[in-house]
Ligand binder design. Structure first.
Ligand code: NZQ
Ligand code: ZN
Length: 385
């Protein structure tokens, strides 16, 4: 098992009615709040009114209209608002796109140059305003992690940036605010959670037994509860377990004692950078094709372990077991209603080469579980058509 740092920094307030804690959570930082949110879902489910009521004693400046695959233009706007209004704390109310934008905005408040510099080079992130979040979508883990992903459509770049200063001070996770999530976002969010787990689980054997078993139980939770949430959007148990799975899947817990580069995420970020597709759907399309592509004598034991421990497959032949596990993964995504080909999300073969090239350009794919070059990535993308 490798050495590791695990710093569970964010104060998580989880469960029904926890939004009432909001004044207590923002109060230490000051009176001026930048409230960041998306395209209006929080107005439909009552959360917007609730926040305004709870923070009626505060000066709230609003930045709305954060889009999925959040764009740098809104981040620039937010950073300017922070400077103009002497903002003390950034409050993100929404999904990963809103929280990610809030993180870079909070850093932009202290940065004199273009906030895009904070995305292209995290060394520029020196100081960040406090960040508090209210999560409305189980997917990214941004509510408890140090990452932000921002897109620049002018240059077809979707890049991740990361800083310990980005970890929210506090996050309110009330599963009831997810009752209004459309089926598409419930399914895509679950695929994202599962992909975060796969990226950390499929690494070279490290003796990190505890991390491996945590990963498997989180995968089992996704497999159990996503269909339930799709069938009954207001099933509290299903929403609550998916929400907690999202937070635990990407807050460093699963990499304790292990390491290694990611694969499906770097490839998906290129799909989104060129076609602005839903992150989780891109991942669901790529994942089974990647799994089949890298299945070999070196990886078969791990895939078989995945099959036995997550899908309860009892087949003794290890290749058969591994293939059954990969087929089960693909079928699960299909059954959740996720489009499972690039064609279905509007992507043809015209830019595959470019996207494969950019995947290599922006990421160290030689450090992945199975090292991939441009031709490998192109082959995986072609298998997704
Ligand atoms: O904009 P509104 O109106 O709020 O609607 C949103 C949006 O259209 C809607 N939604 C959210 N909560 C809802 C709701 N609709 C009804 N009821 C609710 N309770 O869902 C849509 C998608 O929201 P978004 O925030 O884009 O989704 P998600 O949380 O999946 O975030 C995706 C973004 O996060 C990045 C992705 O690349 C993508 O840009 N990621 C961030 C990571 C991180 N910070 O660690 C890691 C991930 O791997 C990922 O790359
Ligand atoms: Zn993701």
């Amino acid at each position: 098992m490798n050495n590791f740092r695990f710093h569970a920094y964010t104060d998580i307030r989880f469960g029904k009615g926890q939004v009432e804690c909001l004044p207590e959570l923002v109060c230490p930082y000051g009176k001026n709040i930048l409230m960041v949110y998306g395209g209006g879902s929080i107005k439909k489910n009552g959360l917007y009114d609730k926040v305004k009521e709870l923070l009626s004693d505060y000066n709230i400046i609003e930045l709305s209209g954060i889009e999925p695959n959040p764009k740098i233009e809104k981040v620039r706007e937010g950073a300017t608002l922070c400077k103009e209004h002497s903002i003390d704390v950034v409050l993100a109310v929404g999904g990963g796109s809103t929280i990610d934008s809030a993180k870079v905005i909070a850093a932009g408040a202290y940065y004199d140059g273009d906030p895009w510099d904070l995305v292209t080079d995290s060394n520029n992130i020196k100081k960040v305003l406090p960040i508090v979040t209210i999560l409305t979508l189980a997917a990214t883990g941004s509510e408890m992690n140090k990452n932000a992903v921002i897109s620049n459509m002018a240059t077809n770049e979707k890049l991740g940036t990361s800083s310990h200063h980005f970890k929210p001070q506090a996050s309110i996770c009330d599963p009831e605010y997810m009752y209004t999530l459309p089926a598409k976002q419930t399914a895509a969010g679950t695929a994202d959670i599962m992909s975060h787990i796969f990226e950390q689980y499929f690494q070279k054997d490290s003796g990190a037994y505890i991390s491996e078993r945590f990963a498997e139980s989180l995968l089992k939770a996704c497999i159990k509860y996503c269909p339930m949430a799709l069938k009954e959007p207001d099933n509290y148990e299903a929403r609550a377990n998916l929400m907690w799975a999202s937070t635990q899947a990407l807050n460093s817990l699963l990499t304790c004692g292990k390491g290694g580069g990611w694969t499906c995420h770097p490839i998906e970020h290129e799909l989104s950078a060129y076609y602005d597709i839903t992150h989780g759907e891109g991942l669901a399309i790529i994942t089974p094709r990647w799994m089949r592509y890298i299945l070999s004598d070196e990886t078969v034991d791990k895939f078989c372990e995945y099959g036995r421990n997550v899908w309860d497959i009892t087949e003794e032949d290890k290749y058969a077991c591994a293939n059954m596990a990969i087929d089960a993964t693909e079928q699960f995504f299909k059954d959740c209603g996720i489009p499972m080909t690039l064609g279905e999300v509007g992507i043809d073969d015209s830019k595959l080469e470019l996207m494969a090239e950019d995947t290599i350009k922006y990421n160290n794919m030689s450090g992945a579980y199975v090292a991939l070059n441009k031709e490998d990535i192109l082959a995986i993308l072609k298998a997704c058509l």
